[in-house]
Design a protein around this ligand. Structure first.
Ligand SMILES: *[C@@H]1O[C@H](CO)[C@@H](O)[C@H](O)[C@H]1NC(C)=O
Ligand SMILES: *[C@@H]1O[C@H](CO)[C@@H](O)[C@H](O)[C@H]1NC(C)=O
Length: 165
């Protein structure tokens, strides 16, 4: 219940992030609904501040729009899961849930992206066959980097920094 309360505390801030690419009119309408939801979840209890925020701090380092949409997709799913057990007979709960569902449909599947990353960590890079595959794909991978100018620039400045040492 504590983590739920804590999540609610930052829901409105999350909504502000959506405001940059969602409908800010809907956002304004949701403010009162979120206010009611906070009351439902006792989101003003003093323990909300314990240990700091659970979502907003993490969001800070996800600066690029597409990156942010991945983590937001995951966070929205978590809110939806939390609201599944909330009282749907309350209008504000229904409106917030519906809005989150709509937002989720407009976002990439964060969980799928997360699975891609987890799959990569499982690859045995000491395996000779994996190494052959990797070398075989190296040029294509680098080509993909060149096609996304911002990440390429960042990678390049990182390696430059390494050279200076
Ligand atoms: C909120 O607080 C009230 C009063 O202490 C309590 O009865 C209720 O169960 C609490 N609700 C939640 C969701 O924690
Ligand atoms: C986020 O970025 C800041 C500044 O680059 C850094 O100090 C901080 O450790 C980062 N936080 C996380 C959770 O990675």
């Amino acid at each position: 219940m504590t983590s739920q309360t804590c999540s609610l505390f930052v829901l409105s801030i999350i909504m502000v992030y959506f405001g940059s690419f969602g409908n800010s009119l809907i956002l304004a309408n949701l403010q009162n609904d979120i206010y009611d939801l906070k009351a439902d979840f006792n989101a003003s209890l003093s323990d909300v501040a314990d240990g700091g925020p659970i979502f907003t701090e993490k969001l800070k380092n996800w600066t690029e729009r597409n990156e942010k949409r991945i983590i937001l997709s995951q966070i929205v799913s978590m809110y939806l899961e939390m609201l599944e057990n909330a009282d749907k007979s309350k209008a504000h709960v229904r409106r917030i849930s519906e809005e989150l569902f709509t937002l989720k449909r407009s976002l990439p599947d964060g969980l799928k992206k997360l699975k891609d990353l987890m799959d990569l960590t499982k690859l045995q890079m000491s395996d000779l066959k994996i190494q052959r595959k990797a070398v075989n794909e190296l040029f294509s991978v680098l080509q993909t980097l060149v096609e996304t100018p911002t990440s390429f620039k960042r990678k390049r400045s990182q390696s430059q920094r390494r050279c200076n040492c």
